[in-house]
Ligand binder design. Sequence first.
Ligand code: N01
Length: 545
Amino acid sequence: MNSGSIEHYDVVVIGAGVSGMYALHHLREMGLSVRVYDGASDIGGTWWYNRYPGARVDGPGSPFYCYTFSEELMQEWDWAETQSEQSAVLAYLEHVADRFDLRRDIQFGTWVEDARYEEAAQRWTVETSTGGRASAKFVICAVGALSTANKPDIPGIHDFAGECYHTGLWPHEPVSFEGKRVAVIGTGSSGIQTIPEVAREAAHVTVLQRTPQYAFPAGNRPITPEEMADARTNWDALREKMHANFGGFPCDNQERSALEDTPEQREALYEELWQRGGFKFFLDLYSDIAINEKANLSLADFVRAKIREIVHDPVTAEKLLPDYFVITKRPILEDGYFETYNRDNVSLVDLREDPIERFTRTSVVTRTGEHPIDMLVLATGFDAISGSMLRLNPKGRGGVSLKERWKDRFHNYLGLTIGGFPNLFMIHGPGSPGVFYNMPLGAERQMGWIGDLMRHLDGQGLGAVEPSSDSEEAWGNEVAGIANATLFPRTDSWWTGANIPGKPRYFSAYLGGSIYYQRIADIAAKDYDGFVFEKSNRAEGAEAS
Ligand code: N01
């Protein structure tokens, strides 16, 4: 494959996380030559990086947060707990890499520093941090929806001389909190998983909270051998159910409005779900919690009452009460988070009334005082959904960069393709259900669709495909239309880009996973309606591979 200083492939895949790993497997099955690049030293993506204490699957969890493409894989892998810890998910992904011999086509420790479309050749050229160059007809961006760490720019933060860690870039060596005064910024999923773990060891934990959050009991428990056996026996039916479900999990879609029930009936359901715990809380809820303000308030009030009940100190409890529409920020699963505030070694600073002014070498200074600290944990999240694509910043037709193209809006069609960037595909990009869907299954389904389009191109002697600007605009309107019928866009969140200063602010994910997969299948069936194709510039048989 190496001709001079440039290597030729059919496809370059960027990222060896859950999506990139599947992309590699699928493309190989199609008989294509593939090179995968990843900056990390092994597979896993998000699961490789996010090793902070308490990191666990905080979605519907095992055994259904997994690939579905291989019956054998399902049959042979045992999951121990419903909310698998990070090391268990990584062990599973390592098993997948071994079983399908993925690593031989992955170049680790390698960042793609430039990806550029060569219009005459109808190919992409990529340049890497290790000095390599590769050319490919197709590029798949499996760069992760939650992988570009958001590090807040707070005065003096770089002067802080103690240990400082971001949850999404956690060290591989053990971190000890023993006897230390630790400040944690951030109370999203990562912060809420980390804080109780740190508090168990540290001398003192100061939680610096900007937005109080609704968090729900994780309900983590062992998966019994009978449950695993059941899942295996009924795998085909469960997989079918996953395909039909809104979020890609084997659950029934809910159709009942919260307002059909009396307040007592609602309370009883919320209590039952709260006691059971787990992400199924949201999947077994009423259908209109994220749509109807009154329905939403009924659940928000329920959770606020729970926080008041759990947290002993009423002043602290009051600071912990969220005031946005429940579920309109990513729902969080917790394990002893609110109870942590009953410990003597934990204090809460409400940054809305007492903001951070600066860091010194040894402390964080807020408006009302100075907090001496030995360690700072940044649980401040990610430049989500679009951030990793922008970090890659491919250059499309005419050398136009993605940063230019996405200056005001993340233009795309089907969440998979971008006008002006022929033959480049995204997995879990803006405009797709991405983070609103079971991500391994979503990666399989998106990659399957992309693979079919590649086959279509090669079968028809076509050299390039990209969406028309009309289809991008119509898709953007469809995504916005669905989102605007809900309460989601009315809350500042990483879903709306509000966590990153200067980022275009709007809700960019396609809500309604199963509908999305039907939509993209229908478009393929209509000869890829909305796409513009270009004949191959190469003489027949001259395709490099
Ligand atoms: O990030 P987040 P995360 N000053 O953006 C605060 C997935 N996940 O890493 O809410 C002060 O949710 C910010 O405040 P605010 C999951 O989908 C999965 O926790 O913006 N505070 C917020 O409290 C999740 O939703 C798993 O006002 C600042 C926090 O930092 C997603 O990843 C585990 C600040 C960031 O919360 C992201 O979760 C963990 C500033 N300058 C996460 N900047 C598993 O399944 C930010 N904040 C294992």
